[in-house]
Design a protein around this ligand. Structure first.
Ligand SMILES: [Zn+2]
Length: 341
């Protein structure tokens, strides 16, 4: 039994109607671009940073703070500090959001991350536990994963003063070991449908086809056009894509589009309903990624690794319009991260 979506978009009053959407989306990038170097042994380069002993765990300190600020300090996400020698902003932005998701419920998120069965994400989870226990600095964790990714693809994950794509990073970290989606060839007009088959779509998505109105509608209408006609009524067929289970996390990459960033999206199957919340947005501008981290209470935090570990409170998601989410200090939205609570 696959899950059928009901995606509600809080930014709009409309509710997505499954099967009524006329447009579809090509799923994922071409496979040729993402052929992993199977069988190749990762060549571990020593991390470009100083060893853990020389880099003390940094805690944020403020000389004199008000009660509000103390409260902020206690709940503020912990950001990664940028590496100016081997540009790290893609990792800084994505890992900062992932850690903030993880730290809300380490036990649940360890289980969820490990269920994806991806070696980079599993390594990150192990590292998060060490960072949490203050046995490892966040930067050293980042720098232990970078050589693995560099070994996988030196062009996508370079050293030096070159950037990595945050979309490619999300794709490699959230790529599940086994298929998590099904696709089904079905008629747009009658009840005709062919058997469901495994699909390659994972948890990191990118826009390629016609644009949906919002991210919730995008997820609600996953699929793509078919060139075939229904054998029963001759109407146009379509490919629909379904997740086999509730996703715990999704990343959506949609730079330079008019797609509205939904604040949440709902997944429903039988009598169960699961909500994925907008938990982070990554921005790009001037060859540098920055991020916003959004807490479940709607508090929005800003992080720029070039400014250090600190995340600055920027207000509340409710009081931000979509245009405010599309830009952040002159940088443009690249990717959004949605996660369960
Ligand atoms: Zn038909």
């Amino acid at each position: 039994m696959s899950l059928r979506w009901s995606a509600n978009d809080p930014l709009h009053a409309e509710t997505f109607q499954f099967g009524k959407l006329k447009h579809g989306l090509q799923h994922l990038k071409s496979s040729s671009k993402f052929v992993p170097a199977l069988g190749s042994k990762p060549v571990l380069r020593s991390p470009p940073s100083s060893p853990p002993a020389e880099r003390p765990l940094k805690r944020l300190h403020t000389a004199a703070v008000s009660e509000d600020e103390e409260m902020d300090e206690a709940t503020a996400p912990i950001g990664l500090e940028w590496d100016g020698e081997d540009w790290s902003c893609a990792y800084d932005a994505f890992f900062t959001i992932l850690y903030d998701i993880w730290i809300q419920d380490p036990k649940a998120w360890s289980r969820r991350f490990r269920a994806i069965d991806n070696k980079y994400l599993t390594t990150l989870d192990t590292g998060f536990q060490q960072v949490f226990a203050e046995e490892l600095s966040f930067e050293d964790l980042r720098d232990s994963i970078r050589p693995m990714l560099h070994a996988l693809n030196p062009d996508d994950f370079p050293w030096g003063q070159f950037g990595a794509s945050v979309g490619t990073l999300a794709y490699e970290l959230l790529k599940p070991q086994s298929s998590v989606t099904l696709n089904q060839h079905m008629c747009t007009n009658c009840d005709y449908e062919e058997p469901e088959i495994d699909d390659r779509l994972g948890y990191a998505l990118t826009t390629t086809g016609p644009q949906p109105a919002s991210t919730a509608k995008w997820i609600g209408g996953l699929g793509h056009h078919s060139h075939d006609f229904c054998p029963e009524c001759q109407a146009r067929m379509t490919w629909k894509i379904f997740y086999k289970g509730f996703p715990s996390i999704l990343t959506l990459e949609y730079p330079d589009t008019d797609i509205k960033t939904s604040h949440k999206m709902f997944f429903a199957a039988d009598d169960q309903k699961v909500t994925l919340y907008l938990r982070g947005v990554i921005y790009l501008g001037g060859f540098h990624f920055t991020s916003r981290i959004i807490h479940s209470d709607g508090t929005v935090w800003y992080h720029d690794g070039q400014k250090g570990h600190a995340c600055k409170k920027q207000g509340h998601l409710r009081s931000m319009e979509d245009k405010d989410l599309r830009k952040c200090k002159g940088r443009k939205l690249m990717l959004a991260v949605y996660a369960q609570e």
